[in-house]
Design a protein around this ligand. Structure first.
Ligand SMILES: Cc1cc2nc3c(=O)[nH]c(=O)nc-3n(C[C@H](O)[C@H](O)[C@H](O)COP(=O)(O)O)c2cc1C
Length: 349
């Protein structure tokens, strides 16, 4: 099948998964290229969340796509995956308030409103509480779209197959969508229409920069995560309905939805509003199984399934599922630590 302009060999997509193995300057090094190349038999790889500007960096060890050095490193990742027969898009992620000056190189933490997220960031100095962020001015908020677009151009220049815009899981774009983290009174806050506006502007800018057929969007409607709360079901339907209508008009390559009830009313309502390729993932509660994946394809209207932990632990997941083989078990204690262990050492069949 094709996902937008990207031909894919099967419907199993590697879900974006932060692994924190990049070099200190944000370059994805050889080990990152090796990791993704090992997983090239997935229909499409979506990379870990990657920062488009230094101020948007959410983690030490996270890769970026800000400058020529990052771009050259991503070009090596793209070649490694392509040489192994795979396709890869980079997930562009602005952390918003979920970071700390000890991670952004001293740059101020930015968010829709000056409301701190609960919890702590892991800085060089150890765990630090998330600070009260600076509320972006209207002009600065309008500039975010261009930041994503510039990183998207670098992605394509590096030979990657496209980008996924990360508007899920409590990071900046989700912070704009959710009423509790967005208490603005300008054109980016208040009504569902206004809260969806920044994501729509990012979609348009990135689509214009590299063509919408190479752009996906990830959302997690109603996912109360990392302090971002969407507790009013009617508001969720209106906010995400408005946004998904825009995705439809923009002709994006795909819409990716993370939700623990893919067959339920919310996801099915959104599915109805979007005729393009839909990627589903049923959330963090349990590791996606082959049976979950089939259910999403057969009963929830998915065209492809995003698979996280099983793909981390099984470089040859597609073959194992195809032939009904036993799977390696993911080791969560190695998810976010540096080095090869739990990264490039999961055995193939
Ligand atoms: C280690 C780890 C890192 C993750 N990093 C990201 C990320 O960078 N971007 C994102 O959108 N989701 C991220 N997720 C969520 C996954 O994409 C996926 O939705 C989640 O793991 C549930 O799917 P699964 O049951 O197949 O693992 C991450 C999940 C895990 C386990």
């Amino acid at each position: 099948m094709k996902i937008g302009e990207i031909p894919v060999g099967n419907r199993v997509i590697m879900a974006p998964s932060t692994r924190l193995r990049a070099e200190p300057d944000g370059r994805p090094g050889e080990i990152v290229a090796q990791y993704y190349a090992q997983r090239a038999s997935m229909g499409l790889i979506v990379s870990e969340g990657t920062f488009p500007t230094e101020a948007s960096r959410g983690y030490l060890g996270q890769p970026g796509l800000v400058d020529d050095v990052h771009q050259a490193a991503w070009a090596r990742v793209a070649s490694a995956v392509h040489d192994s027969g795979g396709k890869i898009v980079v997930q562009l992620m602005h952390a918003g308030r979920l970071t700390h000056p000890g991670i952004t190189g001293g740059r101020e933490v930015q968010a829709p409103s000056a409301i701190a997220a609960p919890g702590t960031a892991r800085t060089e100095a150890g765990k630090e509480r998330f600070p009260v962020p600076a509320a972006l001015t209207t002009g600065a908020a309008a500039g975010i779209a261009d930041q994503f677009a510039r990183a998207a151009k670098r992605a394509v220049a590096a030979g990657l197959d496209g980008v996924e815009i990360h508007a899920a899981n409590g990071y900046l774009l989700h912070q704009f969508l959710a009423p509790n983290s967005n208490q603005r009174t300008d054109r980016y806050g208040g009504s569902p229409r206004n809260r969806a506006r920044l994501v729509e502007e990012v979609i348009d800018a990135v689509g214009c920069a590299i063509g919408p057929g190479r752009v996906g969007l990830r959302i997690s409607p109603g996912h109360d995560v990392q302090g971002t709360l969407e507790v009013d079901p009617a508001d969720v339907v209106e906010t995400y309905g408005t946004l998904v209508d825009h995705v439809s008009r923009a002709g994006l390559a795909y819409l990716s939805i993370l939700h623990d009830d893919p067959e339920g009313r919310l996801v099915q309502g959104l599915r109805h509003r979007f005729a393009g390729p839909l990627v589903l993932n049923n959330g963090f509660t349990s590791v996606t199984t082959l049976s979950d994946a089939c259910d999403m394809l057969l009963f929830a209207g998915a065209d492809a399934v995003a698979v996280g932990r099983a793909a981390i632990a099984n470089p040859d997941l597609v073959e194992r599922w195809r032939y009904g083989c036993k799977l390696n078990v993911p080791r969560p204690q190695t998810f976010y630590v540096g080095g090869p262990e739990g990264y490039v050492d999961y055995p193939r069949r």
